[in-house]
Design a protein around this ligand. Structure first.
Ligand code: AMP
Ligand code: MG
Length: 421
């Protein structure tokens, strides 16, 4: 029986699977409509509002890929080295004259191909003689070392998709098209509260039975990495009326309200009741460990997510509930989390029917395979278990035990947007 009472999943009642919760979010949460134009320098991480079609081909003109000598391939004898007089010179940014038949033209990387020329010999592959002729080896294919206009991207082709989060390479593409700005969705605004009489903010005086609020800062940082504007609403006391009032006050002025703590079933867990008082509950309790108690609801049209208070539970449920909600609100396409297959260096038993996340560190085994080592302790309150590991091993609902050597799926913190790479 001791085991049963230790098990925080002993409490009965229906629980929603992670996939069901994500399905509800996808069906119910609508993207913000406002679109703004930002300069390219401000565009990193923003969500593209419209598809982008190439307004010009890339490269815009046919040019040389190397420093060397441009020729007309049909002038070359087949199977024999030949020497051509060198006439003309074209460098990057200059316009080229037409090439004379039977001649080579000096050319540099990025310079436009002279009219009539179709092939470039690399300067390393040729010899210049005293008479100013260049000896060209046999066997170079027609079109070698030439970058045809549009070989990278054809004019009019679909280049970037609405809903994608702009990365440095996407911004490079927009610049290559000559665009100075780009239409993106407005940033979403999120109100973040912690709840709990035991919490004080760093910088305030801590009484002996109090602890510094860490979740709020973790969550605000995670939201920042998702490109959100965050409103820091501080700490609410464990009091239903105060909670209800606090939640109502921010509904309407924010796109999402996020709370941590107070969503469980204890008498001092008031978030669920406050949510039911101020609005309506959509989801409560998920089949996920760590993290089971998670509340989701709507207050005056504004969605609210109540995450559990234990830091690891808060982190894990953020990834699986808050992240998809934020992406949906922001108009971002959902990027499914794809666990990377690694070898388990641990054994583990779990209950069927719920999804579990085990904090783990990666190491390279002597045979070169990547192995996941489980953090030695399991408590959902251990911040060190998040700080000292590389990611989460995902154990699906159908799994009951993991054996050493078995392949498991690993989600790095970097892939979750909470890592250093
Ligand atoms: P609760 O979900 O409110 O029952 O809290 C579960 C555990 O998490 C308790 O030990 C709390 O003290 C702790 N906790 C709740 N909120 C926070 C927070 N914002 N930062 C750090 N720990 C917290
Ligand atoms: Mg609490």
């Amino acid at each position: 029986m001791a085991q049963l009472s230790d098990d925080c999943f002993a409490f009965g009642g229906p629980m929603m699977s992670v996939d069901e919760a994500v399905g509800i979010i996808a069906a119910r949460v609508k993207a913000v409509e406002e679109i703004e134009t930002v300069a390219l320098k401000e565009a990193d991480g923003r969500i593209l509002a419209r598809d982008i079609f190439a307004p010009l081909p890339l490269p815009p003109f046919t040019n040389s890929a190397v420093d060397g000598y441009a020729v007309r391939s049909r002038d070359l004898p087949s199977g024999a080295e030949t020497a051509f007089p060198v006439t003309g010179r074209v460098q990057a940014g200059a316009s080229a004259e037409a090439i004379e038949p039977g001649h080579a033209m000096r050319i540099f990387t990025g310079a436009p191909m002279p009219e009539g020329a179709d092939t470039v010999f690399m300067q390393e592959d040729v010899r210049l003689d005293d008479a100013g002729k260049v000896s060209l080896p046999a066997g170079l294919k027609r079109g070698a070392n030439v970058r045809p206009a549009g070989e990278d991207i054809a004019v009019g082709s679909a280049a970037l998709k609405a809903g994608q989060r702009l990365r440095p390479q996407d911004i490079a593409l927009l610049a290559a098209f000559g665009l100075t700005g780009v239409d993106v969705r407005r940033r979403i605004r999120i109100a973040v509260f912690s709840t709990g009489n035991e919490l004080v903010s760093p910088g305030d005086r801590r009484k002996p039975a109090q602890l510094f609020d860490s979740n709020r800062f973790m969550l605000m940082a995670m939201l920042g990495r998702l490109g959100c504007e965050v409103g820091d609403l501080g700490i609410l006391r464990d009091d239903r009326a105060a909670l209800e009032q606090g939640l109502k006050q921010v509904a309407g002025s924010h796109d999402l309200i996020l709370t941590t703590g107070g969503v469980s079933t204890g008498e001092e867990d008031h978030v669920k009741n406050a949510l039911e008082g101020a609005g309506s509950l959509v989801l409560w309790r998920m089949a996920i460990k760590p993290g089971r108690p998670v509340a989701m609801g709507i207050i005056q049209g504004t969605p609210l997510i109540g995450l559990p208070g234990n830091p690891v539970a808060s982190f894990v449920t953020f990834v699986h509930v808050v992240r998809p909600t934020v992406l949906a609100l922001a108009g971002a396409s959902q990027q499914p989390l794809i666990p990377m297959p690694v070898r388990a260096a641990f054994s583990y038993r779990k209950k069927i029917g719920r999804r579990e996340y085990v904090r783990a560190t990666l190491r390279e085994a002597p045979d070169g395979a990547l192995e996941a080592m489980k953090f030695p302790r399991e408590g959902a309150g251990l911040l060190s278990s998040l700080v000292d590991t590389d990611g989460l091993v995902e154990l699906g609902e159908g799994i009951t035990d993991v054996k050493v050597g078995q392949t498991v799926g690993f989600l790095s913190y970097a892939s979750l947007g909470s890592g250093s790479v």
